[in-house]
Design a protein around this ligand. Structure first.
Ligand code: UDP
Length: 327
């Protein structure tokens, strides 16, 4: 039986990866320090013999007994609200955590895939973003702790690949959504859905003309799986190129959820990228991958998930209002 270590396993993407690799017949070692992850996302796996959970912070030395075929490094805060609350941990998990896991991969002769992000492109001056674009990042802005940690992560991964011959993969993940997103992480989809369910107005930041391109989680996981199984060591964008303005997106959510709430406008947070859309030519060509789930279908499934949350959980939300800080 192949053995895989998944870090950030109790998070949104990590938990879906655990499900996928269990279904593929792997032995899964799930690791998380539970700062932003939630055991609820993986509790259904605890009864399985081929599943183990380690409560561990990967910025400390990582030990796993026995052989290890694959490592997926998905541990990291991943929302602007988190970067502000835990900036040092965000930097450490991308930098020190990645270093520890690369060392573990070397020791165990494992293939390692690291989760990078469209954030390495910053507020992009090239549109759509190809893997060749170097990005436009403000190193000292509120998002810098995440963006630069992820950029360092890519560099150290390539250094281990070139210098030590390590078998590495780098996925650049664009905005992804689906069941198990954290309601209070401040990101636009849980924010809008939570607001719709609580009967509050939807808060659009800026004039809402900024764009994003949202990928349903099942498509994202399929792309990551294919990249891991490929022999391609350079970064690959995995995301859905279907781009929409945040203003139009808010209108879509109002229609989908059937609320009679309206859209209200708030200040645009600092360094909020104005446009984002992946160029996925590489993923198509190398992995034969492209997204299959449209926004209407994906958003409906996601809303069905948020509807299952209790009233107490729905109230535990946090409003993201840091637009004037750190200027
Ligand atoms: N956004 C918004 N209202 C919210 C939360 C976010 O208009 O309540 C905007 C945010 O300013 C950004 C977009 O939605 O332009 C996506 O934000 P998110 O935090 O989900 O992801 P990211 O900016 O990292 O792509």
């Amino acid at each position: 039986m192949k053995k895989i270590l998944i870090t950030g396993a109790a998070g949104f993407l990590g938990s879906h990866l655990c499900d996928r690799f269990i279904n593929e017949g792997f032995h899964v070692i799930a690791m998380d320090n539970l700062i932003t992850g939630d055991l609820k996302n993986i509790e259904h796996l605890f009864k399985l013999e081929q599943f183990e959970f380690y409560h561990h912070d990967v910025t400390k030395f990582v030990h796993v007994p026995g052989k290890l075929d694959y490592i997926l490094h998905f541990a990291s805060p991943a929302s602007p609200i988190d970067y502000l609350k835990i900036p040092i941990q965000t930097l450490k998990v991308g930098a020190l955590g990645t270093h520890n896991l690369l060392g573990l991969a070397r020791e165990k002769k494992s293939r390692i895939l690291i989760a990078s992000t469209s954030e390495i492109y910053g507020d992009p001056l090239v549109h759509p973003q190809t893997e060749e674009y170097y990005g436009n990042v403000n190193t000292i802005g509120p998002r810098g702790v995440y963006d630069e940690a992820k950029r360092f992560q890519e560099s150290i991964t390539m250094a281990y690949h070139r210098f030590h011959g390590l078998d590495t993969r780098i996925v650049r993940i664009f905005n992804t959504y689906g069941p198990r997103m954290r309601l209070n992480d401040g990101r636009v989809i849980p924010a809008f859905m939570g607001q719709a369910l609580r009967g509050e107005d939807l808060t659009v930041f800026g004039d809402g003309s900024q764009t994003r391109s949202f990928c349903y989680v099942d498509d994202e996981i399929e792309g990551i799986y294919r990249l891991l199984m490929s022999d391609y060591s350079y970064p690959v964008n995995i995301g859905n190129p279907n781009e929409i303005t945040i203003r139009d997106f808010a209108e879509e959510i109002i229609k989908l959820t059937g609320t009679d709430q309206k859209v209200i406008y708030k200040e645009l947070p600092q360094d909020d990228p104005l446009q984002r859309q992946p160029d996925i030519s590489k993923a198509k060509e190398i992995l034969g991958w492209e997204p299959k789930v449209g926004r209407a279908e994906g958003m409906k499934k996601t809303f069905d998930y948020f509807k299952t949350l209790s009233k107490e959980e729905l109230e535990k939300t946090e409003h993201r209002d840091f637009s004037s800080r750190n200027k």
